[in-house]
Design a protein around this ligand. Sequence first.
Ligand code: SAM
Length: 281
Amino acid sequence: MTDTVEARVQALPPLRNVIAASRLSARKSLAQNFLLDLNLTRKIARAAGPIDRGTTIEIGPGPGGLTRALLLEGAAQVIAVERDSRAISALSDLEVAADGRLTLIEGDALKMPVATLGSPPRRLVANLPYNIATRLIIDWLRERQSFESITVMVQKEVGLRLCAEAGDTDYGRLSIITQWLAEAKLLFDVPAAAFTPSPKVTSSLLRLVPHAEPLFPANRKTLEMITAAAFGQRRKMLRGSLRKLGGKDLLAEAKINSTDRPETLSIGDFCRLSNVYDART
Ligand code: SAM
């Protein structure tokens, strides 16, 4: 075999050995559920789109199953941000094998300027720590211009909420903000048994492709406030849940029936409501 990065990555010890040697027993506090099946992690890496250009940013590489897959699938440059110092040590052999194509950063992804890491085009790929997944995704969408795509493993329940359409039971504030800013799609489910240790839930791979411009003009803070108020009391009619924000008058001006419930309104309706609210205040 020639001495390519691919060959060197393939020659590394199995992930289970790496975990044992570096005492990387999974910690619940860091939402550590590892993927050790290289066929699956390669499928995730391929779903991320063309990674042979620019930078692939991985959050939470852990023992490196997905990181190996990204390199094997031809990622030009991987920057991996990991909070657990044990994982950073466990990844040192992979960093050597990657011959400059992998940069490890020890740190908290919630506090990291992820959108400016490496050079564009940037693609974000991760088997996310589920306890902070929604926060991370919403933060990244604030800087969506920085990313070509965001391809992440999340709890299926979270994925369904982000991708839900008006009328669906999962439709809510997160669906609206997410799809206002990006095209959201669930690619495939991954059963709990595919993870070590197994979480209690089914997971799904979610792909977000940011829109160049939000779907409709609106002020993000106002849209967040209106949707929070509307879905905070989702069984109430809008004239009740939006009473403090203008109630019936606001709804009439936005040409929305005051007896409607929030799950029947489209993203465009919510943007119109936000704009009318802003014009009135
Ligand atoms: N990518 C690995 C895999 O698929 O096997 C591990 C995925 S595991 C679900 C989540 C990873 O995120 C863990 O390695 C954990 O240590 C890391 N993590 C948790 N919180 C983090 C944070 N705030 N910043 C960066 N990494 C974090």
